[in-house]
Design a protein around this ligand. Structure first.
Ligand code: G6P
Length: 369
């Protein structure tokens, strides 16, 4: 097992650090920005179904559901197709409406999650075409889907999903960019810009991983917190959910993720000097709004830990702790901004003596209801 961990103390840490490679592996042979080439071999016969879709329904569970939420922003922004992201477990039990012209994307690391599989069967029985985004080759969901694209992240052993998430985002972004380009809902310039930026993501993730020492320090200071709040907006809203999920899964600290603006409708009541609030506050179209949300937390003496874009001068004046990640396009930022949150939950869990790779009560793949 020590050999399998490749010198890392836990599989989770190994998998976090593998991400520059797993994201590159996911793009290999598919994306060549220089040549303006983007091909997904697994989506051929039904490619036009996606391009002409009236609506995309995404079904998934857990971290894969969070990847679906990011994809919703991406597909709607660039393909102008309405997207609904569903918990597979809810979708399957409520006689969902599937019309001709709807397509379903199922996201699953293991490809074996019972609820997701059942959601696919149900959608199929209503005539939908299913695209699978799976990591495990030959898994049940991969086989049941009509077409799809593998994430090629390599085996993920840690129960808390890390590299599978960023690979899912990579695949979903590639699918959306293909569709947007075919539909003509994206300009050539923007398309090319995003291809180049996508290709640069592994380098940026590599840089983000270098933040580990400062994240360890923050983990020391907050390891005994009883609650955490994670806030973000836009593309970073699902990242807030994912950050909170990672923390509760492996450290057993109660954590909630919220869209930053929703804070005033509830979570703000929880804020006092005991409450660490993690903001994903990178430079993007909602930056100014997030800055005001930070001020609202500060005014109530909350402790702010902010993930910001390198070179930010404003937020370091307000936040107790600042984690600077490399700049990238706001649509691709989740792949970078999630990295410090994975590391933060990892280090807090280790400091609390938790079993990081096999947290209590959780399974890597939930094959029963
Ligand atoms: C379990 C795992 C999570 C995972 C979820 C969905 O809860 O512990 O890490 O995100 O299942 O799994 P899937 O394999 O369908 O992505």
């Amino acid at each position: 097992e020590a050999i399998e961990k490749g010198g890392y103390e836990h599989f989770m840490l190994k998998e976090i650090f593998e991400q520059p490679k797993s994201i590159s592996d996911c793009m290999r042979g598919r994306l060549d920005a220089n040549a303006g080439r983007l091909v997904l071999g697994g989506i051929r016969e039904y490619a036009n179904k996606l391009v002409n879709a009236d609506r995309i329904v995404i079904v998934a569970c857990g971290t894969s559901w969070h990847a679906g939420l990011v994809a919703e922003y991406f597909f709607e922004e660039f393909c102008r197709i309405p997207v609904e992201v569903e918990y597979a477990s809810e979708f399957r039990y409520r006689n969902p409406i599937i019309n001709e012209g709807d397509v379903v994307i199922a996201i699953s690391q293991s490809g074996e999650t019972a609820d997701t599989l059942a959601a696919i069967e149900l959608a199929k029985s209503k005539g939908a075409i299913i695209f699978g985004v799976c990591n495990v080759v030959g898994s049940s969901i991969a086989r049941t889907s009509h077409e799809g694209a593998y994430t090629h992240a390599g085996p993920e052993i840690g129960v808390a999903s890390t590299k599978a998430f960023t690979a899912q985002l990579t695949v979903l972004n590639m699918i959306a960019l293909r569709v947007a380009h075919k539909k003509g809902t994206i300009s050539e310039r923007r398309y090319h810009e995003l291809l180049v930026e996508l290709e640069n993501i592994p380098t940026k993730v590599e840089k983000a991983l270098k933040l580990e020492p400062i994240i360890k320090e923050i983990a020391e200071l907050f390891k005994d917190a009883r609650n955490f709040l994670y806030l973000g907006r836009g593309f970073n809203f699902p990242v807030a959910l994912e950050g909170a999920l990672k923390l509760k899964e492996i450290s057993y600290i109660h954590a909630e993720g919220y869209p930053a603006a929703e804070m005033k409708h509830g979570p703000i009541a929880l804020i006092d000097e005991e409450m660490p609030v993690v903001f994903i506050a990178t430079r993007d179209s909602s930056y100014d709004k997030v800055v005001s949300n930070i001020q609202e937390v500060k005014a109530r003496k909350g402790k702010v830990i902010a993930v910001v874009t390198e070179g930010d001068v404003l937020i370091p004046k307000m936040a107790e702790f600042v984690i600077e990640v490399p700049k990238t396009d706001e649509a691709l930022m989740p792949m970078v901004s999630v990295i410090p949150l994975q590391l933060l939950s990892y280090h807090i869990a280790v400091l609390r003596g938790c079993n990081v790779d096999q947290p209590r009560n959780l399974a890597k793949s939930v094959t029963v209801e």
